[in-house]
Design a protein around this ligand. Sequence first.
Ligand code: URA
Length: 424
Amino acid sequence: MDAISVIRAKRDRGELTGEQIDWIIDAYTRGVVADEQMSALAMAVYLNGMTRSEISRWTAAMIASGERMDFSALPRPTADKHSTGGVGDKITLPLAPLVAACGAAVPQLSGRGLGHTGGTLDKLESIPGWRASLSNTEMMDVLRDVGSVICAAGDGLAPADKRLYALRDVTGTVESLPLIASSIMSKKIAEGTGALVLDVKAGSGAFMKNAEDARELAATMVELGADHGVRTVALLTDMNTPLGLTAGNALEVRESVEVLAGGGPADVVELTVALAREMLDAAGLPDADPAKALADGSAMDVWREMVTAQGGDADAELPWARERHVVTAATSGVLTRLDAYAVGLSAWRLGAGRARKEDPVQAGAGIQLHARPGDHITAGAPLLTLHTDTPGAFAYAEAALEDAIEIGPAESYASTPLILDRVG
Ligand code: URA
């Protein structure tokens, strides 16, 4: 077998054989196939797609490139959630302890932010002392003792995806349905969860800009889960507006703690509870009541234990950025649009996100929303507060918001549901 014949087969719109897929993924992981050859193949896949059976084999080969974790010794069923990413998406923070408080074990391997979407690990690292990197043994201990753990994936998990994702990031081949589905599912299946709930986002702040593409991605991932014995369902959710009232690391941790304390923005609570119900159902715990676990403080108790078990100080004051700037409404009316992508880009320019993997993020940077679409606004009222340690960023952050805010008559506003559909 050789890389050039595999590249030519996909370039010429052929279907790759199982042997070709197994060989190229294994050879790439071992460094026998070069980055430039894998880039050419990724671009051929981007342009010509893959059949369902190619995607399934590609996913299996990526899983086989590394270790597969095993939680069968735990006394509780396992359930995990994956979001395809959005602006203000802090749901993992309240969700993992909430589902653990209801009786499942939640092994939540999470990532860092790149570009306009935030990363769960970056958010949690704004808690003084909190550690994202745990050994497999430490992860298992937290899971057994607390019930939920949120940490970075170890290097042994789907190493083929680690290399390939970094390559796709710099070769314009991220936005390919077969490559996204296999990338996400290889990591989640290798992680060893028994049940998986996917939050597949559609809208300006998401990978998938429209609901049809998001539905196809969701259906593909649900089938891949079933192929590998993981009970998988997906919710399609709206990402045209940021989730909640904050985008940025410490800002989003504060909002998550408000949700765990029984408050918080209605949309964050709605999605947290809906995803928790799906996870508990898929884990075989349909009678658990996540709304009660938020109201009675048991989810908060698990959160505090989880933060403490990972070295964090659950009582510490979270950092604030040094400088603030308030954006006000130019006219009166109803806020008809607050664009998620623009808010994410603006928060990123303020220092909440990174341009390259190795860049640091500012814990306090980001954006607070004072209004959401559908709210009545008076001219001059505050709409957003921008936070940063680097005030030179305000002008760039405001420029990102230029066409993001629309205020109009009440009749021009049409509300959209947060949860668009369920697949699975
Ligand atoms: N997240 C992943 O893990 N992989 C992708 O390809 C896209 C988003």
